[in-house]
Design a protein around this ligand. Structure first.
Ligand code: CU
Length: 387
């Protein structure tokens, strides 16, 4: 009961929970979000949908009680005979329309964000203590051009501190929506400091912004950069195969670990070969399937995308913390549908590169990165290794 109550209160907690990936036994709230987009999705559920549905349920319950108590035969032997009331009909048509709009608009926005893979890019220049004008090549397709302050971030990094400048207070911009944006700093960038211009239409709230504020769109935004890699996911009865086209297209299969090889908590979540991705980078995911329709779903990233034979679907995610995140096939696909889990291990860039080289070695390819053997020696690289 205590667990149930704590779970119930968890449902209404609007603050971002600390991200941890393990599935908590007995919990009824969502698996903690591990990406900014997943946080927004969770807030939409916990902060908008749940309160609305709770109020509606209580209202209906109250109306039922009023009817039962006040309008039974004993309390009200002589019933009214009217059959229409225009005002009441307008209210009970209009209010649900408003409620549906409140639900629909933000959910369309979330669907759009999940659907459109970010294409942001950044350029960097070095300050010399005098220059104030820096150019951002705004060479996106017309519908994706940087066209307002929200789409552009100007960061000055002097090696010790990284400062995000404020539009108008610290810099002005000329040429919104044109091929070259000229960013003029109010003060020249210090000699030796990097001036980083980051632009793109896909933005997300910075992680320091409180959840409730995020929703009313008054948060500072950060531009989400274009994917640094593509992960190709191929579903089959009953497992997944993954390939990495940007790193030599090595491919491996990922199957559920049998009960005796894992813990009770991770049984049906843990796999022999995990997916590895670098932390803090945009990952493009494409899905397809070999036999029947499957669905690649990771709740911590708010991803659920069908894997359909003969067709390629695309989505993306950006994991904000190193950890292991679990999911399962979410499109019923046959007798062993519930035995095809997904495990994504988010690691640092160096760890990821070392793992890529180890996978390339298994595929008979030369290493791609200069792997620092000292760093490698400090700990296990990754739980995953191809057969
Ligand atoms: Cu499946």
């Amino acid at each position: 009961m205590k667990k149930f109550l704590s779970g119930l209160s968890g449902l209404f907690v609007l603050a971002a929970e600390s991200a941890h990936a393990a599935q908590e036994d007995g919990a009824i709230s969502m698996v903690p979000a591990a990406s900014a987009l997943a946080e927004e999705v969770h807030f939409f559920h916990n902060g908008i949908l749940l309160p609305i549905i709770t109020v509606i349920c209580l209202l209906v319950l109250a109306l039922l009680l009023v009817v039962i108590l006040r309008f039974n035969v004993k309390a009200n032997p002589e019933p009214n005979r009217f059959s229409h009331n225009t005002l009441i009909e307008i209210i009970w048509t209009g209010v649900p329309i408003l409620i549906l709009l409140v639900i629909a608009l933000p959910s369309f926005e979330l669907l759009f964000k999940e659907d459109v893979t970010p294409d942001g890019k950044q350029v960097a220049a070095r300050g010399d203590g005098q220059t104030v004008d820096f150019v951002f090549p705004n060479d996106f397709p017309e519908s994706r051009m940087v066209a307002r302050p929200d789409h552009l971030q100007v960061i000055v990094d002097d090696g010790a501190t990284r400062t995000t400048l404020k539009h108008r207070r610290d810099f002005r911009v000329e040429g919104w929506g044109e091929t070259n944006l000229v960013v003029s700093l109010n003060e020249p960038a210090p000699a030796g400091a990097s001036v980083i211009l980051r632009g793109g239409r896909s933005t997300q709230n910075v992680s320091s912004c409180p959840m409730a504020k995020r929703y009313i769109d008054s948060c500072e935004k950060e531009v989400v950069l274009a994917p640094t890699m593509t992960l190709k996911v191929n579903g089959y009865q009953w497992g997944w195969s993954y390939s990495y086209p940007d790193f030599g297209d090595f491919e491996y299969s990922s199957n559920m670990l049998p009960e005796e090889q894992t813990t009770p908590e991770l049984y049906r979540f843990e796999v022999d070969n995990r997916v590895l991705v670098p932390v803090g980078e945009t990952i493009r995911v494409t899905t397809t399937a070999r036999d029947v329709i499957h669905s690649w779903a990771i709740p911590s990233f708010a991803i659920k995308i069908d894997a359909v034979p003969g067709r390629i679907n695309e989505t993306w995610f950006r994991a904000e913390q190193e950890d292991v995140y679990y999911g399962q096939c979410s499109e019923i696909c046959g007798v062993k549908h519930s035995f095809m889990p997904i495990a994504v291990e988010v690691v640092s860039r160096p760890e990821f590169e070392a793992w890529v080289d180890s996978q390339r070695a298994l595929a008979g390819l030369d290493p791609m990165f200069e792997t620092d053997m000292m760093k490698l020696a400090q700990g296990p690289v990754a739980g995953a290794a191809a057969e």
